[in-house]
Design a binder for this molecule. Structure first.
Ligand SMILES: Nc1ncnc2c1ncn2[C@@H]1O[C@H](COP(=O)(O)OP(=O)(O)OP(=O)(O)O)[C@@H](O)[C@H]1O
Ligand SMILES: [Mg+2]
Length: 346
C-alpha cells in the first residue's frame, strides 16, 4: 500500500499499489503538490513499480538524497539530463523502451530544454510508449510535473504543442489498457486539457483559490461520481481556499473513497528548494544508461567486423574496376569486328 497521509483523526490514508491508475494533483504554487507526488513515488519505487518522471522544473533529482539532503540515503534512480545528470537525456525512443520493456525507472530532467525541444522529446516519448513493441512488462507509472506544459487546455507553447498534447491525451485515454498510469500535477485545474483531467480516477486537492479552477474540478467530479451532498462539497471548497501546504482533500471514487481530508505524510527523500540546486549526488551503484565497458572479446569482434567491411569494400572496388575494363574491351572488340565486317562487304 502507498501511505499518502493521515486524516484529522490520525488514521493512515493508504492507497492500493495500482500504477496503471490516473491521479490528478491540483493546488496553487507552494501548496505541496510536488511534495505529495514525491511521497507516492517513493512507495511505488520501493515496491518495484517502474516510474518515469517527466520533470520540466528540475527538482526530482531530490529522490536521490535522504530528506535531510544526505546523498547516501536516497533512492537508486538514474537522473537523465539537467544539472544533476548521471547521464544525458537519452533519445525518447530509448527512454520509452527502457521504461516499458526493461522496467527501468528514471527521472527525465527536461529543465534545460527549450520549450520546443521539450515538447518534441515528450511527444515522441509518449508516442513510443503507445507504439508497437512497447507494451510494458509490468504496469508502469508516468509523472507529469507541471502538466499544462505537456497537456495544455488552451494556447500554444511551441510548434510541437498539438503533437505533445495529442500524444499524452491518447496515453491518458487508452494507456491503462496497456498498463500505463499517469499522475498529472498542476497549479490550475483549468489549465490542463479537460480530456486528460476528466480521465483521472482520483483527485488530490491542495490549496485552490481561483474560481475557474473550482469550476473545472466541479465538472470533473460531476463526470466521475454522483451522490455527494452540496453541503459537503461547499465545505470542502471553502476549506481548500485556506489550506496550509501539505493539507487538502483526496477524492477517490475509484478506490472506494469519497472525500477524505488529509495531511500528506513526510517524505523520506529530499524535496529540494532553489538553494539546494548545487548539491552533489552520490554516484549510482549501477547506471543502466552509461556505456558498459567493452571486453577483449568484444574488441576482437569489432576489429573483425571492420576488417570484413574493409575487405568487402576493397573487393567491390576491384570488381567494379575489372568489370568496367571488361565492358570497355568487349565494346572495343565489337567495334573492331563491325569495322572488319563492313570492310569485307565492300
Ligand atoms: N506534507 C508536507 N509536509 C511538510 N512540508 C510540506 C508538505 N507539503 C509541502 N511542504 C512544503 O511546502 C513547500 C511547497 O511544496 P511544493 O514544492 O510541493 O509545492 P508545489 O505545490 O509543488 O508548488 P509549485 O507549484 O510552485 O511547484 C515546500 O517547501 C515543502 O517542503
Ligand atoms: Mg511543484
Amino acid at each position: 500500500m502507498i501511505l499518502l497521509g493521515h486524516n484529522p483523526q490520525g488514521d493512515p490514508i493508504l492507497l492500493p499499489i495500482e500504477p496503471d491508475q490516473k491521479i490528478a494533483v491540483v493546488g496553487i504554487s507552494g501548496s505541496g503538490k510536488s511534495y505529495a507526488a514525491g511521497r507516492m513515488v517513493e512507495d511505488w519505487l520501493a515496491c518495484g513499480v517502474p516510474v518515469g518522471i517527466l520533470d520540466p522544473v528540475g527538482i526530482w533529482w531530490g529522490l536521490r538524497c535522504g530528506a535531510d539532503g544526505n546523498p547516501n540515503a536516497g533512492i537508486q534512480i538514474p537522473v537523465l539530463g539537467g544539472m544533476h545528470a548521471d547521464a544525458p537525456l537519452p533519445e525518447p525512443e530509448v527512454a520509452a523502451h527502457s521504461l516499458a520493456r526493461l522496467g527501468q525507472s528514471s527521472v527525465f530532467d527536461l529543465s534545460e530544454y527549450k520549450m520546443e525541444d521539450l515538447q518534441l522529446w515528450s511527444a515522441r516519448f509518449a508516442e513510443n510508449l503507445m507504439g508497437p513493441g512497447n507494451v510494458p512488462e509490468s504496469p508502469a507509472h508516468i509523472i507529469l510535473e507541471e502538466a499544462p506544459i505537456f497537456v495544455p487546455q488552451s494556447g500554444s507553447l511551441s510548434k510541437h504543442n498539438k503533437r505533445c498534447r495529442y500524444a499524452f491525451a491518447h496515453l491518458a485515454r487508452v494507456g491503462r489498457n496497456r498498463g500505463y498510469g499517469l499522475t498529472v500535477i498542476t497549479q490550475r485545474a483549468a489549465a490542463v486539457d479537460k480530456n486528460v483531467l476528466t480521465q483521472c480516477g482520483s483527485l488530490l486537492l491542495l490549496r485552490i483559490a481561483a474560481d475557474i479552477d473550482r469550476k473545472a474540478i466541479t465538472s470533473w467530479i460531476a463526470e466521475n461520481a454522483a451522490g455527494i451532498t452540496k453541503e459537503a462539497y461547499d465545505t470542502m471548497l471553502k476549506e481548500l481556499s485556506e489550506a496550509k501546504p501539505g493539507t487538502g482533500w483526496l477524492w477517490s471514487p475509484q478506490w472506494g473513497g469519497g472525500f477524505t481530508k488529509l495531511t500528506v505524510a513526510p517524505r523520506r527523500t529530499l524535496h529540494p528548494n532553489a538553494r539546494q540546486r548545487g548539491q552533489l549526488l552520490a554516484p549510482l551503484s549501477w547506471n543502466p544508461y552509461s556505456p558498459t565497458p567493452t571486453s577483449a572479446w568484444q574488441h576482437i569482434q569489432q576489429v573483425g567486423k571492420w576488417a570484413l567491411r574493409g575487405s568487402l569494400v576493397c573487393g567491390g572496388i576491384a570488381l567494379a574496376w575489372y568489370g568496367i575494363k571488361f565492358v570497355l574491351y568487349a565494346l572495343g572488340t565489337l567495334f573492331l569486328l563491325s569495322v572488319i565486317a563492313r570492310g569485307k562487304k565492300r
